[in-house]
Design a protein around this ligand. Sequence first.
Ligand SMILES: Nc1ncnc2c1ncn2[C@@H]1O[C@H](COP(=O)(O)OP(=O)(O)OP(=O)(O)O)[C@@H](O)[C@H]1O
Ligand SMILES: [Mg+2]
Length: 341
Amino acid sequence: MTDIISSTQSHTRGNDDEPLLSVRDLTVTFQRHGDEPFVAVDKVSFDLRPGDTLGIVGESGSGKSVTSLAIMGLLPDRGVRVEGEVLYNGQDLLKLSPTQMRDRRGAELGMIFQDPLSSLNPVVPIGLQVTEVLERHRGLSRKAATPLAREMLDRVGIPDPDRRLKDYAHQLSGGMRQRALIAMALAASPRVLIADEPTTALDVTIQAQILAVLKDLVEDTGTALIMITHDLGVVAGLVDTVNVMYAGRVVERADRHPLFAEPRHPYTAGLLASIPRLDGSRGERLRPIPGSVADNLPWTSACAFAPRCSQPIDQCVAQTPELVEHGDRALRCFNPMEVPR
Ligand SMILES: Nc1ncnc2c1ncn2[C@@H]1O[C@H](COP(=O)(O)OP(=O)(O)OP(=O)(O)O)[C@@H](O)[C@H]1O
Ligand SMILES: [Mg+2]
């Protein structure tokens, strides 16, 4: 399995290096009161080397945030079971104490959270928050860090950064807070950065600017990036490899270009059909995927996606599809899309 997963990254830089982050069969089960245990993330595996970029794409509730919180050691300690391995430089993060894990967050493992307000300190001006990250993680003096903090705010598109340095989180708009949070994560210059829907709250111009900043970070510092989004359009120009998740499982994995050119899973094809394309002919309608996750079948006895699928066959409602490797792609589907020849 390891070899096959590694081969999907073969075109990326740092090919001969050991993976920086190696996620193996990561499984997260919530024990909800009085309910059956709920498997939110089911045997997710991937490797990241320095400079690699991975997109994790799927609809709301597919397990994207839970995957990232599990990697960062940020899930609640009660009512949840985390299994598998999260190897960072060969060491299993799931076995570390909360204190050891806290030491790794920031400079080694950075995260841009989906919810910016809860991740900014309300009583410290944002400029100082960025400055403190630079002091703590890069060992800079206050004097050296302050102008750099200003530069970081400017880089993520915060207008009038000199004034904004003194602002508190509540004085900023949602999009501005998100940008401040991104500046903080970048300031730590982490080796692995998980960005969870970092641009959802932002308008398209700022979104493009943030994506460019993330791309620069990867190219300049070799940070390995995990980009989490429900929108395939966001990862289109950014990542090498895409993991498409549905109901907690990876249903398709491929390098970005073949995935966009020839989606094999009907769910991936559905996601692609529902994003606006610049090259689409005028008047072409976007086709949302019918139904909702409420229609899902249990993975234990079927394909969860079958009730919403464009081309289900009998097997899909009677048997669990496995994730099968095909060359440098992987697919969990009994009746994949035809590949045009
Ligand atoms: N603390 C928790 N307790 C119980 N269930 C949870 C908890 N956190 C998440 N879940 C459930 O796990 C599933 C996956 O949630 P997750 O937040 O990872 O989705 P997501 O893919 O990030 O969606 P979105 O695009 O809306 O952010 C959901 O069904 C969610 O209700
Ligand atoms: Mg989420």
